[in-house]
Design a binder for this molecule. Structure first.
Ligand code: PLP
Length: 373
């Protein structure tokens, strides 16, 4: 099946007595046992598994060409489960512009149990020199946030094979429709399902999908079921509902973002546009190789520094000035002020999550906001 079809049909069909075409929400926390002590419905207790979560996990598994998926109550929890599954003393190589929530997590929660180096993963030739005897994992995030850097998953996968390292990839910005890291050599792919997979800015969630079921994966499954940071059946239902339109939403996001990127690249108030679809993007060729299209996220540098960046985000009318991304509505954000004083993000950078409004309206709004500086 093609991705569009999988998104609609890959979930386990439960032909309920009622004949529901859409899967009902199963709120029960506990499930009947049979005389022999077994669980004829396949579920025992909803922290361990429930029908809506199992369906969500099987759809994401199908879309990512994986073996199994664990979903969690947020993207941060999904990432945390990976870090928790590493043996104490392990060393991780992570991107210098890693999603700041994960960087904070490693620095504030794992500094006594794990060690890490944050490096530029686009400089492939340098990676080897950071591998130590205790290195266990390379964590890749591509496209990255907020500079839209593209890391070569296949090339980093080869380095991981050579040194027996786990390769995990935060693929949130791409969604399963644009990039499938497991087919390029990654062992685990992570999504903040809060973003494109949810797509409507109304549900928080995270997922991990593994290429193979192995002891490391069993630890992650244990952290999900025993740790218990699971999603509610209603959240799983919302995500399943969203996934059905994911392919078409992503097409719209990509189309709008490409046109907007070209428009902004020619705008006199814009110094640079970070969008992997533009030839001016330093890793455009890698993006072309590993992605089906270039996504709905872009960042721009505006003329005049932090003050004018703040002026632009305060002058938009159609855009919502808010953090997060991947929803149907266009969002705009002055990134440095969200990330705090120790950020390396340029002060004149504005991050844009291009929504599904008509692109002419999006352009017009940005144009009038840029005219204020
Ligand atoms: C949002 C985000 C996360 C964290 O996900 P939450 O659902 O907010 O916990 C992780 N990685 C990336 C790239 C993100 O954009």
């Amino acid at each position: 099946m093609k991705p569009e079809t999988k998104a609609i049909h890959a979930l386990n069909h439960t032909e309920a007595a009622t004949g529901d075409v859409s899967m009902p929400i199963s709120l029960s926390t506990t499930f009947y046992r049979a005389e022999d002590g077994g669980y004829p419905g396949g579920h025992m207790y909803s922290r361990v598994s429930n029908p809506n979560r199992s369906a969500l996990e099987s759809v994401i598994t199908a879309l990512e060409f994986g073996a199994e998926t664990c979903t969690f109550s947020s993207g941060n929890t999904a990432g945390m489960a990976v870090f928790q599954a590493l043996d104490p003393g392990s060393h991780i190589i992570a991107p210098d512009d890693m999603y700041w929530g994960f960087k904070k997590q490693l620095q504030s929660m794992f500094s006594t149990t794990l060690s890490f180096d944050f490096i530029d993963l686009t400089a492939i030739e340098n990676i080897d020199s950071y591998v130590k005897p205790e290195t266990k994992m390379i964590w890749v995030e591509t496209p990255s946030n907020p500079l839209l850097k593209i890391s070569d998953i296949e090339a980093i996968g080869k380095i991981c094979k050579q040194h027996h390292l786990i390769l995990a990839c935060d693929s949130t910005f791409a969604s399963p429709m644009l990039q499938n890291p497991l087919t390029l050599g990654a062992d685990i792919v992570m999504h903040s399902t809060t973003k494109y997979i949810g797509g409507h800015s109304d549900v928080l969630g995270g997922s991990l999908t593994t290429a193979t079921v192995n002891p490391f994966w069993e630890k992650i499954r244990n952290i999900q079921q025993i740790g218990g940071a699971v999603q509610s059946p209603f959240d799983c239902y919302l995500l399943l509902r969203s996934i059905k339109t994911l392919a078409y939403r992503i097409k719209g996001h990509c189309e709008n973002a490409m046109e907007l990127a070209k428009y902004l690249a020619a705008h006199p108030k814009v110094e640079f546009v970070y969008y992997p679809g533009l030839i001016s993007h330093p890793q455009h060729e890698i993006a072309k190789k590993q992605m089906k299209n270039f996504g709905g996220m872009l960042s721009i540098l505006v003329t005049g520094g932090a003050e004018s960046a703040r002026k632009v985000v305060n002058s938009v009318q159609l855009f919502s000035q808010a953090t997060s991304l991947g929803g149907v509505e266009s969002l705009i954000e002055h990134r440095a002020s969200v990330e705090g004083p120790d950020t390396k993000t340029p002060q004149n950078l504005i991050r844009i999550s291009v929504g599904l409004e008509h692109v002419d309206d999006i352009k017009e709004d940005l144009n009038q906001a840029l005219a204020q500086i």
